[in-house]
Design a protein around this ligand. Structure first.
Ligand SMILES: [Zn+2]
Length: 443
């Protein structure tokens, strides 16, 4: 039976004494992390290679000095984890620099600020923690923690956790996040495939096509349905409130008490929007993965948008890429092929009936909702046509398993696709959704 590693997170309610203990702990892990980054930087600046003695220098030796003697007062395990995180971050940067690590360039780890939004401290099993869940009440036991830490157990843990992270969010709330192992859920064939067109303004359009179980491209009895996933009203309301509070924050005087209050308000709304958005993404992704044997999506190009993340378009794009990340993760964990169609593939312009490129193009094409193919005369709804093309292209890529998945311009008809029944692995890659990963290890 295959298993997957996941995080389970619960809201925690520390006592006054524990709050003060955690504040010291968060401070120490931050300083240890920064010391490790500083040491790696200095070694690099001195022309030496990747240091192997980070922990000895930053913890073992430092603890004997008066400046870092206070490290002895907190959980050493968390400091070791923090130094390990810094080392990993530096290793990634170093490997990226020397070309050993492929893909996008990794920048050097930066110092964590005291005003850093999220505070974390991670405990490995070496900390000898234990967890008990009794109904809705969870308790985390750690030595020298002034009693157990209580948390709301919204669901049971599937296994004994291998690590626990204490988290304090920018709005002041505390959480415990456990790393656990759970069996991968598997299901039989569902007899349907889907193509997803993520909208320019709406959330997404999903085209579902029924298939013969075991044969994804069989089209004898085709039933196609289109569902639109909309951004829920409550989420839009929250996003508006967040934008308002951000404007209010920018109007306050620097260093004033009102600014501090406004910052907490913004942080709280940020969290609410993030949670609502992630929840929405999870619900729809789960439903899609449960109902389909294969899902085709278009890859998004969102990196340049990060520069002006305040615009409504950027927020929307960010939500879209988050949705696709969650979907990818869910699909991978259940073994459902998720095929990514290259962004260069003209899903909007191609006629899904005759595959001629006759659809709306360019900037004027953006406003066209419906159009008629000049080649075969079919009337098209823009979104449905795009979702159909993405599905067809996804099926083609899946059945052909081409060496170059970017070569998706050459379009084949479904009849051609059916002639080559080679079951192929999907090019999915396991990746945890970022929201879940973000409070695990600093990257
Ligand atoms: Zn046509």
């Amino acid at each position: 039976m295959s298993t997957e590693i996941v995080r389970y997170r619960y809201r925690a309610y520390p006592t006054g004494k524990q709050v003060r203990l955690f504040a010291r702990l968060f401070g120490a892990t931050r300083v240890a992390y920064n010391d490790a980054v500083a040491y790696c930087r200095a070694e690099h600046a001195a022309g030496r290679g990747f240091p192997t003695d980070v922990q000895t220098i930053v913890l073992t030796h430092a603890k004997k000095t008066p400046q870092r003697a206070w490290f002895n007062e907190v959980y050493g395990v968390c400091l070791v984890q923090a130094v390990g995180d810094a080392r990993t971050a530096y290793r990634n940067f170093f490997d990226s620099l020397t070309g050993k690590r492929r893909g996008r360039k990794v920048s050097a780890p930066v110092f964590k600020s005291r005003h850093h939004n999220r505070h974390t401290a991670r405990f490995s099993t070496a900390a000898r923690f234990s967890v008990t869940i009794d109904g809705r009440t969870g308790t985390l036991h750690l030595p020298k923690m002034y009693g157990p830490l209580r948390f709301t157990a919204s669901r049971d843990l599937p296994s004994t956790p291998t690590s626990v992270t204490l988290v304090q969010e920018p709005d002041g709330r505390y959480y415990v996040s456990f790393v656990v192992q759970r069996p991968t859920r598997t299901t039989g064939p569902r007899g349907a495939v889907a193509g997803i067109d993520v909208g320019l303004s709406s959330y997404a359009h999903v085209l579902t096509r029924t298939t013969q179980p075991g044969d994804l491209t069989a089209t004898e009895t085709v039933v196609e349905t289109v569902t639109t996933i909309a951004t829920p009203a409550y989420l839009r309301r929250k996003e508006r409130a967040l934008r308002r509070s951000q404007r209010a924050l920018s109007r306050t005087t620097k260093g004033s008490r009102n600014r501090a209050k406004a910052r907490v308000r913004v942080a709280r709304l940020h969290r609410k929007v993030r949670e609502a958005r992630l929840d929405h993404a999870h619900q729809h992704a789960a439903r899609l993965v449960a109902a389909h044997d294969m899902i085709a999506v278009e890859t998004l190009h969102t990196a340049p948008m990060a520069r002006n993340r305040r615009t409504a378009k950027a927020v929307h794009d960010q939500a879209m890429s988050q949705f696709l990340r969650v979907l990818e993760h869910k699909a991978a964990s259940q073994g459902t092929p998720l095929v990514k169609v290259a962004r260069t593939y003209p899903s909007t312009q191609t006629c899904s009936t005759c595959t001629h490129i006759t659809g709306p193009r360019g900037l004027t094409g953006l406003s066209v909702r419906r159009w008629t193919c000049t080649h075969c005369g079919t009337h098209h709804d823009r979104d449905i046509n795009a979702a159909t093309n993405i599905l067809n292209e996804g099926l083609r890529l899946l059945t052909h398993n081409p060496e170059s998945p970017m070569d998706s311009r050459r379009h084949k008809t479904l009849a051609e696709v059916r002639q080559t029944p080679s079951p192929a692995q999907s090019p999915t890659k396991q990746e945890e959704p970022q929201e879940i990963r973000s409070h695990a290890t600093p990257t």
